[in-house]
Design a protein around this ligand. Structure first.
Ligand code: HEM
Length: 403
């Protein structure tokens, strides 16, 4: 079945400020001029689509909403056509609000500290190198499908202690949850059921015979009353790790490579000055931030002078905040040596990303290993780069020539 046959088309947008739609093909293709247009008119736009939805367009409006857990709930983190019932323990901590959020987040921090991530680095380097071996002799590859996708999928599988060879299954579920379910709720239900059925035997096996993987870690964890986590909490967090850790990083690595493939001056500079890698990675994260989340308005409030009413959702666009010229000088330029870069790609406020150390390491290692073996490369002018739609944006087809 093609995506088109399971995703009903929305009417095309003619007014981005009063009738926006983040699934419109023009938004998917190149959202930046659309956001600039919206931001020039209002800090908070509204659409009647998606049963009513606001979009903060400025850094300040995104920051304010992210920090306000009293008026904005995380129980819905994706803006969809439908509003299915909210499941308990859907994906803690990302779907949790205070006071449940803090303990759920704190127990997830230790496996993602800089030291813990450092231990994963050799495996990530080996994965990158193995993937490059697979296409180096061809002089070309679809880097989105053959390289950038498999780095986070295999890393997360390794971290969870599940077979890296099941990678394509994980990618299918994530596509269903993050993209197809926006317009077809049954995709969400199906993917969650399949994931739960897949992980149940692994959870049971680790209960009897723990290892040093993330599933065993969650089974060993105790809540503030010294009790083991509920089964639904363990399963929700395992699902979240897979969903949060794959499409996001796939997109960030892909967008960074897309930039280098079409900007030879930055590619050459990074080869000549590898010490710029940390600032370059931060700049790619700012300029091409892949993740847009959602909130639900719970109580009437005002943000930057704009009234916001309960019953609406919010398209929380960290990527648009990162392009706000009031927050970043030359916001529309990619400056790989940008010094001040307090970007919001990993979120702002209590839900800030747990996996940022891991993501940064994966992006850095992916670029280093590629540049080491393929220093000269460019986009195939005969092919079109395609981008994922909706919640997480990154290249999904990207033919690169390096022969
Ligand atoms: C470049 C890659 C990544 C980006 C851009 C990214 C972005 C984000 C953003 C924007 C949020 C905030 C969500 C919100 O406010 O509702 C978030 C939360 C989260 N991310 Fe990431 N993420 C990335 C990689 C990862 C990885 C590798 C993991 C590892 C499993 C991960 C796990 C999480 C978790 C568990 C949360 C929820 C934190 C909470 O609710 O307190 N992310 N991420």
């Amino acid at each position: 079945m093609s995506d088109a046959s399971i995703m009903p088309a929305h009417p095309p947008v003619t007014d981005w400020v009063n009738d926006f739609d983040h699934t419109d093909p023009r938004w998917t293709e190149n959202p930046y001029p659309i956001w600039d247009q919206m931001r020039a008119v209002t800090p908070v736009a509204h659409t009647n689509r998606f049963q009513g939805c606001y979009m903060p367009t400025t850094y300040e409006a995104v920051r304010q909403i992210s920090h306000d857990t009293e008026h904005f709930s995380s129980r819905r983190v994706i803006v969809r056509d439908e509003r299915p019932e909210v499941a308990r323990n859907a994906a803690p901590p990302i779907t949790s609000d205070p006071p449940e959020h803090k303990p759920a987040k704190q127990l997830l921090l230790p496996p993602f500290t800089p030291d813990a991530v450092k231990k994963l680095e050799p495996r990530v380097r080996a994965i990158c190198s193995e993937l490059i071996d697979g296409f180096l002799a061809d002089g070309k590859c679809d880097a989105a499908q053959a390289y950038t996708k498999y780095i986070p999928v295999r890393t997360m599988a390794y971290l969870l202690g599940i077979p890296e060879s099941d990678s394509d299954l994980f990618v299918k579920w994530i596509h269903q949850i993050l993209e197809l379910s926006i317009k077809n709720e049954s995709m969400l239900v199906q993917a969650v059921q399949e994931m739960t059925a897949y992980f149940t035997p692994y959870v049971e096996a680790r209960r009897n015979s723990p290892g040093d993987d993330l599933i065993s870690y969650l089974l060993k964890a105790r809540d503030k009353n010294g009790q083991p986590l509920e089964d639904s909490h363990v399963m929700g967090t395992v699902r979240l790790a897979l969903i949060a850790g794959i499409d996001t990083t796939w997109s960030a690595i892909g967008a960074s490579m897309w930039h280098l493939a079409r900007t030879p001056s930055d590619r050459k500079r990074l080869l000549a000055e590898p010490e710029l890698m940390p600032t370059a990675v931060e700049e790619f994260l700012r300029a091409y931030a892949p993740v847009t989340m959602a909130r639900e308005v719970m109580k009437e409030t005002t943000v930057q002078g704009c009234p916001m009413k309960p019953g609406n959702t919010v398209l929380l666009s960290f990527p648009s905040a990162n392009r706000d010229p009031k927050a970043f000088p030359d916001a529309d330029k990619v400056l790989i040596d940008r010094k001040q870069n307090p970007h919001s790609a990993f979120g702002l406020g209590v839900h800030r990303c747990v996996g940022s150390n891991l993501a940064r390491m994966e992006i850095t290692v992916a670029l280093e290993e590629w540049l080491k073996r393929i220093p000269e490369f460019r986009l195939d002018p005969a092919d079109k780069v395609t981008w994922s739609q909706g919640t997480v944006r990154g290249p999904r087809r990207m033919q690169i020539l390096f022969g």
